[in-house]
Design a protein around this ligand. Structure first.
Ligand code: DQA
Length: 149
């Protein structure tokens, strides 16, 4: 069976393209989804790309990933800095997680320097725009290849 990578996006990321372009650039969420699909295809992986503005919905998606997904790439948006519930859901899923941010959160306001997710993630990528998502998917692809070898 083709391994599935779940790419999850939190609140306000549906506004990409028009939202604070100085921070997030001009690519839309659909562009990001296309980049992820292209990268996954190139590695023979399947990808599901989702966004929600509702925290409970994101938590339900994370729970459903248990025993179903080979990896989660997540940009929790502002919930990164606020949500113990999302962190707990990720731990409960027992799926390896890579945290991604489009902007370099460490260059920004101090409240963005705190993440509830980073310490339970395999790794964190920030500041590289949509490249971060692609790199995270490629990393999972390499890891799966190594495990299969
Ligand atoms: C973000 C950074 C967060 O601090 C912010 O709340 C977002 C986007 C990023 O991708 O750079 O919504 O996660």
């Amino acid at each position: 069976m083709t391994p599935l990578i779940l790419v999850l996006n939190g609140p306000n990321l549906n506004m990409l393209g028009t939202r604070e372009p100085a921070q997030y650039g001009y690519e839309t969420l659909a562009d990001l989804g296309q980049h992820c699909a292209d990268t996954a295809n190139a590695h023979g992986l399947e990808v599901e790309f989702r966004q929600t503005n509702h925290e409970g919905e994101l938590i339900d998606w994370i729970h459903a990933a248990r025993n179903r997904c080979a990896g989660i790439v997540i940009n929790p948006g502002a919930w990164t800095h606020t949500s113990v519930a999302i962190r707990d859901a990720l731990v409960a899923s027992e799926v390896p997680v890579i945290e991604v941010h489009l902007s370099n959160v460490h260059k920004r306001e101090p409240f963005r320097h705190v993440s509830f997710v980073s310490s339970i993630a395999v790794g964190v990528i920030c500041g590289l725009g949509s490249h971060g998502y692609r790199m995270a998917i490629s990393y999972f692809a390499e890891l799966l290849k190594e495990r299969a070898a």
